[in-house]
Design a protein around this ligand. Structure first.
Ligand code: NAD
Length: 273
């Protein structure tokens, strides 16, 4: 495993397990499998309605809590609602703290939402706070209004949608670029891409392993999801090789600014700035 250190000094595994679209009734089992496979970063959200099941899996795992990095996301707008939401999430997940809580998407009152996150950070309920689906201007607005800098912006990113401008901007501001849907939700075009297939052959890996390793080698925090234990294991087995500089350039050339679609334009990070 490779680790990153946030701008507030908190250390995180670069690679973890996403739980979007995992039904609550099977989430506990899936997270138990993921922890068994070796994942130590788990990503959930209020919007996934599975925080309780993720918490159950962590609490039953026998793994020390401090060895697990748990992220959740606020789906509330404004100070009061978010303050209550944080406490409800902690109760649902049966946790004393989250390692990271991010605003799931820009809210009508993102400043009030962030204020509640900052307050919870200051009293130790959250070890770090950040953003998701915020574009350049929206991240700037947060930075201009608060002393506590966001540690991450979790945005849609895959080898087909590399978010190069946001990547550069986030690095310049010492904010970690975190990817969601790193496999383009399993899109066929990505799995059949000839360049990825030939690198898979060269390194004796699968295409998803190649696509995931590319993001990790770019220092992008990455959290693929799967309920298949074999895929969980495979996705994690990407730390025993490195692409050459030339291969990284070739992979950067695969960017098509092509995402899974269906997200409001205001959340599209490729807006010119
Ligand atoms: P993903 O790109 O991780 O793809 C998941 C799909 O790929 C699933 O259908 C899975 O079965 C398949 N898959 C995974 N590994 C595979 C393998 N080795 N071989 C073949 N198929 C494989 O998409 P995702 O789950 O939407 O995104 C990952 C995580 O990102 C989510 O679980 C969630 O935690 C987070 N997320 C966040 C946001 C946000 O707004 N912040 C939005 C979407 C997802």
């Amino acid at each position: 495993m490779k680790y990153l250190t946030f701008n507030n000094g908190v250390k995180t595994p670069i690679f973890g397990f996403g739980t979007y679209r995992i039904q609550p009734r099977i989430t506990e089992g899936a997270v138990v499998e993921a922890l068994k496979a070796g994942y130590r970063l788990i990503d959930t959200a209020q919007a996934y309605s599975n925080e309780a099941e993720v918490g159950n899996a962590i609490n039953k795992s026998g793994i020390k809590r401090e060895d697990i990095f748990l992220t959740t996301k606020a789906q509330t707008s404004g100070y009061r609602e978010t303050k209550n939401g944080i406490d409800e999430s902690l109760i649902h997940a049966q946790q004393d703290y989250f390692d990271l809580m991010i605003i799931h998407w820009p809210m009508s009152d993102s400043l009030g939402t962030y204020q509640a996150l900052e307050e919870a950070y200051q009293v130790g309920k959250l070890r770090s706070i950040g953003l998701s689906n915020f574009n350049h201007d929206q991240v700037n607005e947060i930075m201009n209004n608060f002393d506590t800098k966001p540690v991450v912006d979790q945005i849609e990113t895959s080898v087909f949608k590399q978010q190069k401008k946001m990547h550069k901007y986030l690095i310049e501001n010492n904010i970690v670029h975190e990817s969601w849907s790193p496999l383009g939700e399993g899109m066929k075009a990505l799995f059949n891409d000839p360049t990825l297939l030939s690198l898979a052959e060269k390194y004796n890996k699968t295409v998803p392993q190649i696509a995931l390793h590319f993001l990790v080698q770019e220092n992008i925090m990455t959290i693929p999801g799967s309920t298949n234990p074999l895929h969980m294991k495979d996705n994690l087995d990407i730390f025993d090789f490195e692409f050459t500089a030339e291969e990284m350039e070739t992979l950067r050339g695969l960017d098509q600014k092509r995402g899974i679609g269906g997200w409001p334009a205001s959340m599209d990070q490729e807006l010119d700035y």
